[in-house]
Design a protein around this ligand. Structure first.
Ligand code: M6R
Length: 485
């Protein structure tokens, strides 16, 4: 079994074929099997070790020989977690599948090779035997069940009040607190949904407490880093996203203090970063990030609260209730519109711009309706050309300084005959008049509105995907953890 990418696969394949090996597949993994065969002279561990010296790239490798009860595991830049049972061991690429069998786990480090038999485990690093601690998992197997929901995604959407609350309640330890309070410049790196949470954070932190924040996409950062100073925070649900880990490693190489915000205790990111702020979302199984998104926001908003000397304590202690109020929202009319569309635009301003980007990401990844998130003012700079009566525009029109201009944007969209689904606050009398569908969210503090608006968009994506009969929890071509570059 191999997770990862062998980058020198073509060279290895050519050399192996010259030596008479016959390949049966186009996979890079097969080159590993041929190399092991070539090096094997009765000792599987030695054969795997010899093979590893030829490999360039990433691998989580489990090697088993027919009719033997021995597994050799090797890790480089792709995670392996070992489960410790009673006279048995397990190996997986993340914690979740192990929870059915054991709560005791061992995280392998890059460069580790493990020799596993039912009653013995030896771990080697650079040829030397090493000890890796057995850790107790803070998740339980019930967390990995669907619990009566049709999909993990819906269950996870419904778990958000709790995961938000738990993340706030856990707070930050003294080391993390000091790190955050001492930070001058702060850079955040992340990918995908986690990148969107960092963008929301930037808008909130800069506007609510005047902290300048730099945001970098993990996948770009490695190649275009630019000058880097101050605290670097990597945000990742899984803690295993290769690009985010690479970015954090680069920050370390430049002597920046580093903090990981992640949901998975023991994940690679936690072992790379100087310190960790653990989100308390519990296992997230649906490929689409939902509860991890709001838990990340909980962790990030706590940073704002810390830096603002607890100014938002009250708001944060009640925010989960507002999220709970959203869960039973009826978005049927909006779903009917979106499920007939091939394209949709999500628009917002300020922190609602990345909320719109996230809404669009959710929509496209699970319903396959092509959706784009735009800063509302940008639509007229090109995308207007795409507006038709079949192109819904989902507009987040929160109260405040951008409300009037958002209303103008909605009118502009309507003038191009595109249907508008507007999110605004309860009691708004203008939006229901001009939008085709109005979805009211509670009139709360900005910090809470970004959460409630996001949850509405998750529900919209979820129900649209269901209406279209999509495989919600396992959308095509996607993986939960992206452990390749
Ligand atoms: O585990 P991470 O938060 O680092 O994952 C980053 C992205 O792959 C992830 O957020 C992805 O965009 C979501 N699954 C989309 O819903």
């Amino acid at each position: 079994m191999h997770n990862g990418v062998i980058e020198n696969y073509s060279d290895l394949k050519r050399e192996l074929e010259e030596r008479g090996h016959v390949f049966r597949s186009e996979t890079d993994t097969e080159a590993i099997a041929h190399l092991i065969e070539e090096h094997y002279d009765g000792d599987l561990l030695a054969a795997v070790n010899a093979t590893l010296s030829h490999l360039q790239g990433s691998y989580a490798l489990l090697v088993i020989m027919e009719d033997t009860e021995r597994i050799i595991a090797a890790r480089n830049a792709s995670p392996i977690v070992l489960g410790v049972g009673d006279s048995e061991f397990f190996a997986a690429s993340d914690l979740t599948p192990l929870l059915d069998y054991t709560e005791r786990v061992i995280y392998l480090d890059d460069g580790d090779v493990a020799d596993i038999t039912p009653d013995r485990l030896d771990i080697y690093h650079e040829g030397q035997k090493v000890e890796r601690p057995v850790e107790l998992v803070n998740w339980c197997v019930e967390d990995t069940r669907k619990g009566g929901f049709d999909h993990y995604m819906l269950k996870e959407i419904f778990e958000q009040p709790q995961s938000f609350y738990e993340t706030i309640r856990a707070g930050v330890d003294e080391g993390v607190r000091r790190m955050l309070m001492d930070a001058g410049e702060i850079t955040l790196v992340a990918c995908g949904t986690s990148y969107h949470t960092t963008l929301v954070f930037k808008y909130l932190a800069e506007s609510l407490c005047n902290i300048p924040i730099r945001i970098e996409m993990g996948s770009e950062f490695k190649y275009f880093t630019g000058p880097l100073r101050g605290l670097v925070i990597a945000v990742s649900q899984s803690g295993e996203t290769t690009d985010t880990i690479a970015a954090l490693n680069m920050a370390k190489a430049r002597n920046c203090p580093t903090l990981a915000i992640t949901n998975v205790q023991g994940s690679t990111l936690t072992r790379v970063a100087d310190r960790t702020l653990l989100m308390r979302a519990g296992p997230e199984i649906g490929v689409a990030a939902t509860k991890s998104y709001t838990a990340q926001l909980a962790a990030l908003i706590q940073i704002i609260n810390l830096r603002c000397e607890g100014m938002f304590n009250d708001i944060l202690s009640h925010a989960h209730l507002a999220i709970g109020d959203i869960l039973l929202y009826d978005v049927e009319d909006a779903v009917a519109l979106c499920s007939q569309a091939d394209h949709a635009f999500f628009i917002g301003r300020g922190p609602f711009y990345p909320v719109a980007m996230e809404g669009a990401l959710k929509m496209k990844e699970i319903s396959y309706v092509h959706a784009e998130g735009y800063a509302a003012g940008e639509l007229k700079h090109g995308p207007f050309a795409l507006l038709t009566p079949e192109t819904p525009v989902i507009a987040i029109c929160a109260p405040g300084s951008t409300y009037n201009v958002m209303v103008s944007n909605v009118k502009e969209v309507k003038a191009r005959r595109a249907p508008v689904i507007a999110l605004g606050v309860e009691g708004d009398t203008e939006l229901p008049e001009i939008a085709d569908i109005f979805i009211p969210i509670p009139d709360t503090h900005l910090l809470v509105q970004v959460l409630t608006a996001s949850v509405v968009l998750q529900l919209l994506a979820y129900h649209t995907a269901c209406a279209l009969g999509r495989d919600v929890d396992r959308p095509r071509n996607l993986a939960k953890s992206v452990t390749v570059e």
